[in-house]
Design a protein around this ligand. Structure first.
Ligand code: NAD
Ligand code: UDP
Length: 327
């Protein structure tokens, strides 16, 4: 139950992968949670188990539209995060990033709520500097297919910091690096869910390009702990602050690891590398360690094991295609 006085907390994008885990953790800490989501990529099944709790409320709402609510804290997570999804309707992605940020910041300005923005390592684009520190300005293609997301999130960061400087709003900006775990959607399109679903179905594993590009994967529980730590940090801490796991992994090595861990018969199938796909990505988390006393604890193999178990169960329930059910 509550370790701090009960708060009323708005989570936008709360029916999505990260949002549903965050809502669950906040309820676990004894708070009241209002989850606002347009269900674009989120799913009601992610929050079904929370709906039985009378401290939890869901509203179907698009953050592009203003919202009127009096809360103590706001976590702004609403935005499709998977490249195929955010590129499917790029104008809506840009509106979500900018207008969504504007609308929650206006609520915070009017009510005095604290507001946390789920920003992204994509603000660094295809970086020249490794690992990425918060003071690196990044290398983003401003008019390529990823720009709707990258530039939308960069603009949202600027808006957050101007609301802080000009209007005194208490803001927190988390730059999230690739995070994975249970409740990713099987059709999400991101690398961890794709590879696990393909491996469990014994389908070819789709490695884009040579697979030599890297990402650094953070388990969802670690990330959520970082979110809550940042939200409740000292007033002087605004971020942007990197939240991610600094263990850097090649995409082709991730494929091999998942095939091995699932005892899959899948082969590796090479597919074209999407335009502007970042070559390397790895967070420098010195700031998070210093300011939040935060660092990730879940090793990749443990996190992947949990995620495989989730998809095994999920696919066995849902899919018509048989999956490898052995542990
Ligand atoms: P997700 O797609 O599972 O969740 C996003 C949620 O936002 C979904 O429930 C979706 O329906 C909702 N949404 C999208 N547009 C909306 C709108 N206009 N109005 C209301 N709801 C809307 O993705 P996720 O991985 O849970 O990502 C959550 C947040 O974290 C996103 O803002 C994303 O940019 C950020 N982030 C995630 C990662 C990651 O690796 N998971 C990395 C960097 C940043
Ligand atoms: N990727 C891949 N196969 C897939 C999905 C993704 O090889 O089926 C690659 C993708 O090209 C990128 C990395 O995995 O290099 C991470 O992709 P994801 O979409 O998960 O996230 P992002 O590119 O936004 O970091």
């Amino acid at each position: 139950m509550a370790t701090s006085p009960q708060k009323f907390i708005l989570v936008t994008g709360g029916a999505g992968f990260l949002g549903s885990h965050l809502c669950e953790a906040l309820l676990g800490d004894g708070h009241r949670v209002l989850c606002a989501d347009n269900l674009q990529t989120g799913r009601l099944e992610n929050i079904d188990h929370l709906s039985r709790e009378n401290r939890f409320e869901f509203i179907e709402h698009d953050v592009v539209e203003p919202i009127s609510v009096r809360v103590d804290q706001i976590y702004n997570l609403a935005c499709a995060a998977s490249p195929p999804h955010y590129q499917a309707d790029p104008i809506h992605t840009l509106k979500t990033s900018f207008l969504g940020a504007l609308n929650v910041l206006d609520v915070a300005k009017q009510t005095g709520a604290r507001v946390l923005q789920a920003s992204t390592s994509e603000v660094y684009g295809d970086p020249d500097v490794h690992p990425q520190q918060e003071d690196y300005w990044g290398k983003v293609n401003p008019n390529g297919p990823r720009a709707c997301y990258d530039e939308g999130k960069r603009c949202a960061e600027a808006l957050f910091l101007e609301y802080h400087r000009q209007a005194g709003v208490q803001v927190k900006i988390a730059r999230i690096f690739n995070t994975y775990g249970p409740r990713m959607s099987p059709g999400d399109g991101r690398v961890v869910s794709n590879f696990i679903v393909q491996a469990l179905r014994n389908d070819p594993i789709t490695v884009y390009g040579s697979g030599g590009q890297t990402r650094s994967f953070c388990y969802v529980d670690d990330l959520v702990r970082g979110f809550i730590g940042l939200m409740n940090s000292d007033d002087s801490v605004t971020g942007p602050i990197n939240l991610g796991n600094p263990q850097e992994v090649r995409v082709r090595d991730l494929a091999t690891m998942i095939v091995r861990m699932t005892d899959s018969r899948s082969s590796i199938q090479q597919k074209p590398l999407p335009q502007d796909d970042p070559t390397r990505r790895c967070p420098d988390i010195t700031l998070a360690k210093q300011q939040l006393d935060w660092s990730p604890e879940v090793p990749l193999s443990n996190g992947i094991k949990q995620t495989v178990a989730y998809f095994r169960q999920h696919l066995a329930q849902d899919a018509e295609t048989p999956v490898a059910l052995s542990a």
